[in-house]
Design a protein around this ligand. Structure first.
Ligand code: NIG
Ligand code: FE
Length: 383
């Protein structure tokens, strides 16, 4: 995590988006046979692999600042959800919107994320909670995949919350997910991954297992919400079920760390969620010092993280979780690419890689980016 190879006074050559050469400026002369070369002078700037955001809810209906004010006035996230706010609030609003309206809003958000330096994006469903509305969200994500100009991965999160009418009938909603939603999603090839919000008042360990096993029949690999508020064994269970990543982990115990050590699963922390709803930060130091890798993501969503700015996530990781700037950049790039199945192509500058590239503004050092928080340090993204 700590090692970040940096070349100073270097060049980087891209052809059709593929890294075809890089090295110290002295070696530049080796490339003589290129005509019509576009040259970008990056003097005083940094050239980095673009960020990969491996956990977002970028498709949603409306902002929820009234819940933000409720929390200022003393309510907790859990209390707001119990009185009908939270995920169910977003689901009510999304039900009324057309696919086109949702798509137009999401497009604008994706453009903004790109300007912050995001060069690959995972997006979840989960504000539909009915067959129609979940499909509507996933179709929007499919359209974004085609139009966004960056790689997008889709995750089916039908198991985000129990809709009101299924509050006392969990069996009924899980049957709907397994028998109605999953077959249609598979038929239209709408999802790459499957997620469950495993948490008190949401989905139990057993419910998560049943849903993930049903997803596996369609080849959907789990990336799950676990340990946001409660330690309930979700990490170990998700690993057993082949999860590519386990996300949130604000609460974690020794057994969870042991389970992660013996796995290929990427723990993914979401510090801007901790910041915004005032909950503990994931214990990044304990995890890294135990020998684990980490990814960082934004969790961009209208309830717990109304910002998809990974520059801010970088800063929070350093200030609140004591990650070094280099560790945090690795967590936002190479490890985040792994957490969304893009290791081959994204998150690192290597010969033959097709990763989107960032060019920063003129800055004195790499650490200046998380240090001068709130400023926009990214000048352009080449995706
Ligand atoms: O990752 N924890 C579950 N899901 C989202 C929040 C959803 C919402 O409040 O709209 C999260 O924090
Ligand atoms: Fe989330």
């Amino acid at each position: 995590m700590k090692s970040l190879p940096i070349l100073e006074n270097a060049f980087l050559a891209l052809e059709d988006g593929v890294v075809v050469a890089y090295g110290p400026m002295e070696d530049w002369g080796g490339i003589t046979d290129w005509r019509d070369l576009e040259i970008i002078d990056a003097d005083g700037k940094f050239v980095l692999p673009a960020f990969c955001d491996a956990h977002t809810h970028t498709v949603f209906a409306k902002s929820r600042e009234e819940e933000f004010v409720d929390r200022i006035n003393g309510l907790t996230y859990e209390e707001i959800a119990l009185k009908g706010g939270g995920i169910l609030n977003s689901a009510r609003r999304l039900a009324d919107m057309t696919e086109d309206e949702l798509y137009d809003q999401a497009c604008a958000r994706v453009e903004k994320l790109k300007s912050y330096g995001t060069g690959a994006l995972e997006i979840k469903s989960g504000y539909g909670l009915s067959v129609e509305a979940e499909l509507k969200m996933l179709r929007v994500i499919k359209r974004l995949k085609e139009s966004a100009g960056i790689t997008i991965k889709a995750t089916f999160l039908g198991a985000h919350a129990f809709p009101k009418e299924f509050k006392e009938n969990h069996r009924g909603y899980i049957d709907l997910i397994i028998n109605e939603m999953l077959p249609k999603i598979a038929e239209e090839k709408l999802a790459d991954y499957i997620d469950v919000f495993c948490e008190r008042n949401y989905f139990s360990l057993e419910e998560m297992e049943e849903i993930l096993l049903a997803g596996a029949k369609y080849g959907l690999i789990p990336k799950v919400h676990v340990n946001q508020f409660t330690v309930m064994g979700g990490i170990k269970k998700a690993i057993e079920l082949g999860a590519l990543s386990v996300d949130h982990l604000e609460e974690i115990d020794e057994a969870d760390i042991e389970a992660l050590k013996n796995s290929n699963c990427m723990p993914t922390l979401l510090p801007s969620c901790s910041h915004f709803i005032n909950i503990p930060y994931g214990n990044a130091r304990l995890m890294i010092d135990s020998g684990l890798p980490l990814a960082l993501a934004s969790d961009f969503n209208p309830g717990t993280t109304p910002s998809g700015n990974l520059g801010f996530v970088w800063s929070l990781a350093c200030v609140k979780m004591k990650m070094t700037p280099e560790e945090a950049l690795n967590a936002l790039t190479v490890n985040a690419a792994y957490a969304m199945g893009l290791s081959e192509t994204h998150g690192k500058i290597a010969l033959g890689s097709k990763t989107p590239i960032l060019i920063t503004k003129e800055i004195p050092s790499l650490a200046y980016i998380p240090y001068a928080f709130g400023d926009q340090h990214i000048e352009r993204i080449i995706a």
